[in-house]
Design a protein around this ligand. Structure first.
Ligand code: ADP
Length: 411
């Protein structure tokens, strides 16, 4: 089955076309066919498409909305130009899997999309005003262009964390806010943490119930997840993705009093302070330079800028703090797993995070860590390390495609 995976943001649309089915999942022989991303939808859009193993295609074009953007991708996929042999017409796209950010308390797993599911995702716009509207645009565009009969599946970022106990997800504020509004920790990046935990147990050849690990998704957005007996036990993002680790432009944990204090001081609204905490903080806020870890590392190496170093050190210390917290919460763990753009690519950051974790029994093998550059999964701790360290590349799109295939094909 050819599954189109859509990740729709407010002005972006990311695509992947993946051929998968139950047998392919079993054999891990799913096939990536093509990918693409369109940015700045609603204006002069930047378009990148690529067939797997093929040349990169780039063009610019005014695209009015998500429907126009999806149409652009579909027209390219079926064209001779794309060279995607498995898809010659729209009938060769058998299903669509959507990344949906917020599934609230209702969606504990992926679901086939129907009118009622769409209404529920609309209801959750209140919880995720920045994300769910974009996801809905993606669903509507797919329905319009592939027809109402095309099967579609929603895979929620929050779903994996539905297994968290109350002790992890409740904030210590009056309980009535939880009852009235569902104000609680939801957690995000769930598809990533779930995929990493799945790969880990496949690589180790162990059953799900024995997986006790701490997964670290370190990209532009960053989150940690305590996975106990194969299920999410706690995670660092909260009611929104703002909580937890230091990120590219997000502050992560702060004292909540800062919001009203700063609003008063600067004459800002609470929403403006929140925007500052989401968009101008984190690595960017401390360094005053960039949110991009690769650029920060280069700048640190070349010029030794104090604030750049500080930004990186604070980032690493926060990750270490969460590893320690989750180790204690779960009563120990077998492994720490690095993933995401930073976690997969930066041996230097992995090494800096692991410094000081000897107390938990983690001994990094610096040579293994440095040699881990091939985008494959690797153990990077020493053979005698009591707490293992791994790098496992994440693949949320693959997980979405597989969930879609599983839900649509009879067992
Ligand atoms: P997103 O969370 O948007 O999916 P990614 O997972 O692609 O983002 O991660 C982007 C981050 O990964 C950026 O900060 C980027 O600088 C960082 N990154 C990518 N490659 C490297 C590298 N070789 N060294 C350090 N950081 C890197």
């Amino acid at each position: 089955m050819n599954v189109l995976v859509l990740n729709a943001g407010s002005a972006t649309l990311k695509f992947q076309l993946i051929a998968t089915d139950r047998a392919a999942i079993e054999r891990e022989s799913d096939l990536k066919l093509a990918r693409g991303v369109i940015e700045r939808i609603g204006g002069h859009a930047l378009i990148h498409f690529q067939r797997e193993g093929g040349p990169r295609v780039f063009r610019e074009k005014t695209l009015r909305d998500h429907r126009a953007a999806l149409d652009e991708f579909l027209a390219w996929v079926v064209s001779d130009e794309s060279g995607v042999a498995a898809v010659r017409s729209l009938a060769d796209i058998h299903a669509v899997g959507h990344r949906v950010v917020h599934g609230g308390q209702r969606f504990r797993e992926s679901v086939r999309i129907d009118a009622e599911v769409i209404a529920a995702i609309e209801d959750m716009v209140e919880l995720a005003p920045l994300h769910n509207p974009g996801n809905l645009k993606g669903i509507r565009a797919a329905t319009e262009l592939l027809g109402p009969g095309a099967p579609q599946v929603a895979v929620f970022d929050t779903a994996f964390h539905a297994s968290m106990p109350e002790t992890s997800y409740l904030y210590a504020i009056p309980y009535s806010h939880y009852r009235r509004f569902g104000l609680r920790k939801y957690g995000f990046h769930g598809s990533s943490h779930r995929y990493i935990a799945y790969r880990y147990r496949k690589l180790r050849g162990v059953p799900k119930e024995t997986v006790n690990i701490i997964t670290l998704h370190l990209g532009n957005g960053c989150s940690a997840c305590a996975i106990r007996e194969g299920r999410s036990f706690d995670t660092s993002m909260g009611f929104t993705p703002l909580e937890g680790l230091v990120m590219g432009t997000r502050a992560g944990d702060i004292d909540a009093s800062i919001v009203s204090w700063l609003a008063e001081k600067e004459g800002l609204s609470a929403a403006e302070v929140e925007a500052m905490l989401n968009k101008q903080s984190g690595l960017l806020g401390i360094s005053g330079l960039t949110s991009d870890m690769r650029e920060l590392l280069a700048e640190e190496a070349e010029n030794g800028d104090r604030r750049v170093r500080l930004a990186i050190d604070i980032f690493c210390q926060r990750v270490r703090k969460y590893i320690g917290a989750y180790f204690a919460e779960m009563g120990g763990a077998d492994a720490v797993v690095f993933s995401g753009g930073i976690g997969e690519n930066s041996a230097a950051i992995r090494s800096r995070i692991c410094r000081g974790l000897g107390a938990l029994g983690l001994e990094l093998d610096e040579a293994r860590n440095a040699a881990c550059t091939d985008a494959c999964a690797h153990v990077i701790s020493t053979d005698s390390s009591r707490l293992q360290a791994w790098v496992i590349p994440t693949d949320e799109e693959l997980l979405i495609a597989r969930d879609t295939a599983r839900l649509l094909v009879a067992p």
